[in-house]
Ligand binder design. Sequence first.
Ligand code: GUE
Length: 279
Amino acid sequence: MILDGKGLADRRLELLKEDIRKRGITPTLATVLVGDDSASAMYVRMKHRACDQIGIKSVNVKLPGDVTTSDVLDRLKELNEDPDIDGILVQLPLPSQIDTHQVINTVSPEKDVDGYHPINMGKLVGGLPGPRSCTPKGIMTILKEYGIQTSGAHAVVIGRSVDVGRPMALLLMLADATVTICHSKTRDLASITKQADIIVSAAGKAGMVTADMVKPGATVIDVGTNHVNGKLRGDVDFETVSPIAGAITPVPGGVGPMTIASLMENTLEAALSRCKPAQ
Ligand SMILES: Nc1nc(=O)c2c([nH]1)NC[C@@H]1CN(c3ccc(C(=O)N[C@@H](CCC(=O)O)C(=O)O)cc3)C=[N+]21
């Protein structure tokens, strides 16, 4: 079974559009793009397009590639204080001279639609409600919508990044999975992934998950967005793995569109919790 992230995301965007229209509000998302990396610029454009599609207002703050950390922090403080802005997304990765930790720390936790702020990460660790990182949230939605059981399942996450691997593992654990986290230093990766009912690959290496690493019938979620010779490729060798997997996300058309749908959900939630309508 192919897990159609694109179709699911489109349906969720339609529901969000209807929800926003009925509430008569205009949530507002600010994106912050530093420098002119073409992939980052494309992702930001895709986010703005989704906003336009569903009635979220978006503003794009563009900063030159040679700004200092304090330039970025100053701009973020303005956005934090701006009552018209509900959500703030700082597109990552940032240029190397910028202190990414300080930037993430400066985004107001109430406006943190990526769920990267330590307060929101802490809420995730504690199992408290709060904004969840968009990619892991989108993956949980895929699993839920397709009825893929997490309770009691062995989920193997490949990758321990702060934006995907770690929050993914925590969300799977909160959903009662038994979770193993693997990464670049893991020995004999295949022997571990072979035991998985659910594999989530966020390793960032094109084609690294091969058929011999997958148990027949397993669910395979591919977070990879690797650009190889101008083509987008996932972490999973789709040709050989898809006949073995019980369910698999394609790249493109799988996790990526769900990341954006989750961002839209987080932006609406940020707007609603910032301005509680009178009952
Ligand atoms: N603060 C921050 N938050 C993020 O959520 C964030 C980020 N920084 N930096 C970069 C990554 C990457 N990311 C993607 C979003 C959508 C697709 C997506 O929709 N991709 C399409 C294909 C697009 C294409 O054609 O290349 C698909 O998979 O079907 C992919 C990747 C969000 N990220």
